[in-house]
Design a protein around this ligand. Structure first.
Ligand code: ZN
Length: 468
């Protein structure tokens, strides 16, 4: 059976993961993400490169937007098949897609208003990519499956999901295509997680694959040590306690907020920091917590033990969940040092902005960054050391301490990627390096070729390869 693969995103760039596998008459899309790089966003507004109604199924590695965020548009434009993924991925994708639709609608509304005021015509992209109704319409297509269970996609074609250790529910996908003559397998890495990551289980490794698509977000560098996180965290918190201020932690709602809670609760229990009022001020993070609580089978041994002892990082005496805006505002009335975890992760919106307004001018408080800050975001302006930043239309002086802990990452670094793929017991026929900036992808191609002598390449957007 002739098998072809087309690279419809995350090819020499990081976001918009979409790979189309065509085996005989069958078309299967692996991941269906949106583009988040400013100059590539236009692609999402173009018609999908193949007619969505001709795709028979989508396989989803995990629930990050750059892997699942295009689904509502695909469904609106005619996709009628199933979206196969793990149960936890389906549950997080639901939260993420509804939130994304809401943000898209709000953004489009604001942009149209700005342009009307300026008397300009609204260019393309000022309509939402999809609406809340579109997102809701995509949900019935989700078809949760268990890890390692075989999903039959067509005559001789199956898919299996294996734990990727990246975020809750994230998986590698192995597709097997068999006919009378031969069988071949393709492994899609999605995003490769890390063995040192807390809470969830480690990524599995494969003995065999004929073809591998491997991400390369950090294909050109190694991370700081995860083992340094607790000590750095304790220092930042204790310094702030000494000054009598608050610790503000801008955080992504999917998993990063949960890792922060994990480290904080451990440090309190180990008495390395005082027992501090801790506010999780993110309704979206709270909804994700509920997904964690429904899937203890995905926890690693340490997390299982914590839960067994009644010491879950998602439920400790000092932890307060702020569901309403009033509960959020009340935080600023609390006395003594409080730790506030709020979205958005790059301070581009959400409740963190209100906490910044109150704390950024206070030299006794700290803004602690635990994630990537993209150029042009408020978070980046703060972390870059600007003396004044604009929040809610007003210039404000940054007097608070600004700190950063770099060890957090949900992605394998260069060394970990090499270890993951070289656990294959026999050389794959071809390796496709995807999901990395141009330099990261190329550097990883060179590194892997040099170490293994395998056929390794980094396809470009729109490339189609026949798997011979
Ligand atoms: Zn991801």
């Amino acid at each position: 059976m002739e098998t072809r693969i087309s690279f419809l995103g995350a090819s020499r760039n990081v976001t918009g993961s979409r790979y189309l596998v065509q085996a005989g008459d069958l078309r299967v899309l692996v991941d269906c993400g949106i583009h988040q790089e400013r100059d590539l966003r236009g692609r999402d507004f173009d018609p999908f490169p193949v007619a969505p109604e001709t795709i028979s199924a989508v396989l989803l590695t995990h629930a990050h937007l750059d892997h699942c965020g295009y689904l509502p548009k695909l469904v609106r434009e005619g996709f009628g098949g199933k979206i196969h993924c793990t149960g936890a991925t389906a549950e997080i994708a639901r939260i993420v897609l509804l939130d994304s639709a809401h943000i898209q609608e709000e953004d489009a509304k604001h942009k149209r208003k700005r342009h009307r005021k300026a008397g300009r015509k609204s260019p393309r992209g000022y309509e939402p990519l999809y609406t809340l109704a579109d997102a809701e319409a995509s949900l019935p297509h989700f078809s949760p499956t268990r890890l390692r269970e075989r999903v039959r996609l067509g005559e001789g074609i199956t898919a299996e999901f294996h734990n990727a250790g990246h975020i809750l529910g994230a998986s590698f996908i192995k597709i097997e295509i068999a006919d009378r003559d031969e069988s071949r397998s393709i492994v899609f890495s999605g995003d490769v997680g890390r063995e040192a990551k807390p809470i969830i289980r480690d990524p599995v490794r494969f003995d065999e694959a004929d073809y591998v698509l491997i991400e390369s977000t950090y294909g050109d560098r190694d991370h700081r040590d995860v083992a340094d996180i607790p000590a750095e965290f304790a220092r930042v918190v204790n310094d702030t306690v000494g000054r009598g201020g608050n610790v503000l932690i801008p955080s992504f709602s999917v998993e990063r907020a949960h890792e922060v809670l994990y480290y904080l609760s451990n440090l309190m229990r180990e008495k390395r920091i005082p027992k501090l009022m801790t506010f999780l001020d993110s309704p979206m993070a709270m909804r994700v917590t509920e997904v964690f609580e429904r899937h203890p089978e995905l926890f690693d041994a340490e997390m299982v033990e914590l839960v067994r002892r009644g010491e879950s990082p998602f439920d400790f005496p000092q932890l307060h969940l702020c569901r309403t805006a009033d509960e959020s505002k009340a935080i600023n009335k609390s006395r003594g040092t409080a730790v506030v975890i709020a979205g958005s992760g790059m301070c581009t919106g959400g409740r963190i902005k209100h906490h910044l307004v109150v704390n950024i001018g206070r030299p006794e408080s700290t803004v602690l960054f635990v994630g990537y800050q993209a150029v042009g975001t408020l978070g980046r302006n703060i972390v870059d050391g600007n003396e004044r930043v604009r929040i809610f239309g007003r210039e404000r002086t940054v007097s608070a301490a600004v700190e950063r802990i770099r060890g957090f990452s949900a992605h394998a670094d260069r060394t970990e990627l090499v270890e993951w793929i070289t656990s294959l017991k026999r050389p794959p026929r071809r390796v496709f390096v995807t999901h990395g900036e141009e330099e990261a992808a190329e550097s990883f191609v060179d590194l892997l070729r040099g170490k293994t002598g395998w056929a390794v390449e980094a396809p470009a957007y729109g490339d189609e390869c026949v798997l011979g």
